[in-house]
Design a protein around this ligand. Sequence first.
Ligand code: PMP
Length: 359
Amino acid sequence: MIVYNFSAGPAVLPKEVLQKAQAEFLNYAGSEMSVMELSHRSSLYDQIIKEAEHLLRELMAIPDNYHVLFLQGGASLQFSIIPLNLAQGKKALYINTGAWSKKAISAAEQVPGVEVEVIATSEDQNFTYVPEVTVDQIDQEAAYVHITTNETIGGVTYDKLPQTGEVPLVADMSSNILANDFKVTDFGLIYAGAQKNLGPSGVTLVIIRDDLLNKEPIFAPMLDFALQAKNRSLYNTPPTYAIYIMKLVLEWVKAQGGVQGMIEKDQAKAQLLYQAIDRSKLFSNPVAINNRSITNIPFVTGDEKLDQLFNKEALVAGFQNLKGHRSVGGMRASLYNAFPYEGVEALVDFMQAFEQKYG
Ligand code: PMP
């Protein structure tokens, strides 16, 4: 049976990447060792981590005044250490667009010495749109404005970035990195857990502009961006294998036509599914058209029992991980870069058959 993996993360990886990793698994580049067994200080591993950084710089057009860091602790640790590094004694501004923004806000509120202010929220309409923010709402003395470019649970995304004046924009890009055409130079800091569009879990990407590196040391060296940057992510042992798989994913993205190539494919997949939802009398998606995510698409029937039945039958038919997040229920199709177009076609056929039967 063909299985399609709609997981929100860890998510589907390109088959070619897994095959390459398999082929190199026992004997990497003639070393008679697995990448997993290489010292992170060896020249072979040095080539891997440098190439991962090089490819990312090329694909995202990251200028030299930005550092690329491969860290651990997931995007969730960034929720705490970004305010810790960037906002000591300052205000940190947040735009609240849903579940992941909320987690970032709540973590920042717990960091001593940081004052958090939520400057806009879409909570009034259950987080189904991105609120408008104008530059006069931004305290120009603030450390940063934090946004979540794509809300993985709500399926909400920014169609244009907020104007923040001189205040740097900090973005959680976990679920749409390499699937949007925002310019890196419009941000002071971008971060993303890898397990959606970049590779396996275990490595977290941070792209930080040079002038935002902390000037004073942070009490815990591992949480200190300046120290991590100075050591090129090799202050301690990095997640070596996860970075290696990320490198293979980045090679694959490049071969697929780069970020632009990915966006075109992602848009085609998303359009197919949104059209099916919008034409259907049974399924619906509540998000404002301009803010609909192309990577995470939630939908419901409006009847919890029917949603459960849908998820049960979908599973039997080979559609894995379609169940919506436990906090919201319903269904959610995560269509990251590695997800095949045929999988969406198959899902749409399945939805139509389901609607005929039960709608
Ligand atoms: N931010 C967003 C937008 C996410 O989707 C997730 C994970 N689903 C996280 C943060 C948390 O990431 P992690 O599990 O890597 O801490």
